[in-house]
Ligand binder design. Sequence first.
Ligand SMILES: Nc1ncnc2c1ncn2[C@@H]1O[C@H](COP(=O)(O)OP(=O)(O)OP(=O)(O)O)[C@@H](O)[C@H]1O
Ligand SMILES: [Mg+2]
Length: 287
Amino acid sequence: MTETVIKTENLNFQYETDDKIKPVLFDINLDIKKGSFVCILGRNGSGKSTLAKVFCLVNKPTSGSLELFGTKIGSDVTEDQEYEIRKKIGMVFQNPDNQMVATIVEEDVAFGPENLGVEPKEIRRRVDEALDIVGMKEFARHSASQLSGGQKQRVAIAGIIALSPDVIVFDESTAMLDPIGRREVMQTILKLAGMGKTIILITHHMDEAVYADRIIVLSKGRVAADGTPEGIFSREKMLKETGLDLPQSKKVLNKLSEKGLDISTEGLDPKSAAEKIADALRKRGLQ
Ligand SMILES: Nc1ncnc2c1ncn2[C@@H]1O[C@H](COP(=O)(O)OP(=O)(O)OP(=O)(O)O)[C@@H](O)[C@H]1O
Ligand SMILES: [Mg+2]
């Protein structure tokens, strides 16, 4: 059986600031497997970032249980144990400019492992490998300020890869990028997913969600739906209630299906969708 990396049971979370209490997450029950590619969707303010910060131990559950990499988070977990757990989850944020700490690309990527006390030879190896994975090797000695948004974001991802986490959370990491930057970053995320990293992708773009194995829809701090992209994007009522649109591929497939083409319902990523259309056309041609 595949290992569970994140498990929550009846988890609730509330922000407590000065005299105000704001409950945000309610009764969250999730089991995220190692190597899976999970997408979290939901309206603004539905609790996506709050949940991601629970996974990273930035937000501690108010009640219910949270288990990370087999360790139950609670009063008997030491600070050292928490530190070790935090190292296993990396997070990439929205604004690439806020994530740069050094002026030279490779120094920026090295910053994390240096802080962890990794030995210089191993740092060199990790930096080279990370820059290679994100396709930024030739920019190693460049000044970070001269890069495009998509390139900066890929350097930020390299910085996380260099920490070798088991899980990487992307919190709207493509939101501030132009279409080219978005594509570059999405390709990097898909590459990491292909390498077996556990990916948690928070996005407002349905066309990014189609690549995931699983979509979790949050609505007002609750899990409103949890399933495969095909399952989720066929639930029209739920999508309407939670304010979600359809991905482009699903719109095209629906249109063709309305026109009487016999289209199977598996796979919404562009490659699968194109294959399905080709299959349907071939079938029709043979009839
Ligand atoms: N530090 C905080 N203190 C108090 N309330 C907060 C804090 N951070 C977020 N909230 C509130 O928690 C709720 C959920 O916010 P969160 O940022 O998790 O939503 P989100 O789904 O990530 O939204 P978006 O799509 O806009 O990023 C919102 O009502 C927000 O105002
Ligand atoms: Mg958010």
